[in-house]
Design a protein around this ligand. Structure first.
Ligand code: FAD
Length: 302
């Protein structure tokens, strides 16, 4: 209860204080910071996916600016020979303001990544975006079948059905490529599972559906029981190592991450960077209220 109260107060905490605790989750404010973090992980045999922080813009001129930033990022990362791809949030390109303009911007970014034979992952945001983000993926995959992927959230009651519906654009040459995560936004009970056990059960059902149908999953979790469940499914369906990967967030559970890498599985770390780190950080801290209570202790018991 105490931890939850603190989590709710987080947006009102001084930015400097939040930074002290959130810097472990963020590479830094600049592309150089992202490159440094990526090279460090690459040197340990770990791939990355780089994300420029920002979401839910208020006017379309911001979308244009964000697109230019991604285009420059892609050129830079390719020059640096980093073993990584890119993630982006459609609301950063105006999904909720002008769907077509947003599609145009993201299409240009995917085309740029495709010109380097690279890949863009469309992050999944909250439920008002779900249909539009699936539609965006469908359109992009039709034009760039190997260069784009989507995120799906196990807590959403609709997800299994979405997986079935999307099979019409799957083929063994250009498989569907999902990141499967639990889901981080606060959603109403009518549309989302709320209990840990329920979410985990559906996570493994979704993963099993992907593995048995030849869909490529990014198994994005830090939850040991889910990772053990994934190992079992990979064995059950005898899935080759190049047909799945594990994914984790920068700075979270490094020991568990290393144990997966040591077993010879592909691991990709999500590296966020940029000036707009505050929203991302407060979400991560809300997710982990123990860290939030450390913040309040630091405020009052220095
Ligand atoms: P949990 O049950 O939440 O956590 C399991 C254990 O992991 C915890 O007990 C704790 O030990 C550790 N842990 C988890 N989070 C933290 C943390 N912040 N700090 C310290 N320890 C922690 N969600 C979306 O809705 N859309 C997306 O596009 C999206 N992309 C993601 C990309 C990646 C690569 C990953 C890993 C997650 C992404 N998420 C996304 C977030 C995801 O939905 C979950 O909210 C988040 O991963 C926590 O769930 P979990 O599976 O780790 O399980």
């Amino acid at each position: 209860m105490f931890n939850k109260m603190i989590a709710a107060m987080l947006p009102y905490f001084p930015k400097k204080l939040i930074w002290i605790f959130s810097k472990r989750y963020i590479a830094g404010e600049t592309v150089e910071d992202a490159i440094r973090a990526s090279k460090d992980l690459n040197s340990k045999g770990i791939k990355v996916t780089i994300d420029i922080l920002g979401e839910f813009i208020k006017n379309l001129s911001e979308a244009e600016k964000n697109k230019v930033e991604y285009m420059e990022l892609i050129d830079r990362i390719q020059k640096e020979n980093i073993d990584g791809n890119y993630s982006l949030k459609p609301t950063m390109f105006g999904l909720l303001l002008d769907k077509d303009a947003c599609y145009g911007h993201i299409r240009e970014i995917v085309a740029k990544a495709a010109s380097y034979n690279n890949f863009i992952r469309v992050d999944m945001e909250d439920s008002p975006c779900t249909d539009m983000e699936i539609e965006l993926y469908r359109k992009l995959k039709a034009e760039f079948p190997k260069n784009v992927g989507l995120v799906v959230q196990a807590y959403m009651k609709r997800t299994y059905q979405d997986l079935e519906n999307l099979m019409d654009i799957h083929s063994s040459e250009t498989p569907l490529n999902y990141r499967l995560c639990k889901g981080i936004y606060v959603e109403p009970e009518a549309i989302a599972y709320k209990k840990y056990e329920e979410i985990n059960q559906h996570y493994l059902e979704d993963l099993e559906y992907m593995l048995k149908n030849g869909v490529y999953p990014g198994i994005a979790t830090h939850d040991k029981p889910l990772i053990d469940g994934a190992y079992k499914l990979i064995e059950k369906y005898n899935v080759p190592k190049n047909m799945y990967e594990f994914q984790m967030l920068y700075g979270v559970t490094p020991e568990l991450r290393n144990s997966i890498v040591e077993k010879g599985h592909t691991m990709r770390i999500y590296i966020p960077y940029g000036k707009q780190w505050f929203g991302y950080s407060t979400r991560r801290l809300k997710e982990n209220p123990k860290m939030a209570s450390l913040i309040i202790k630091a405020l009052f018991f220095r």
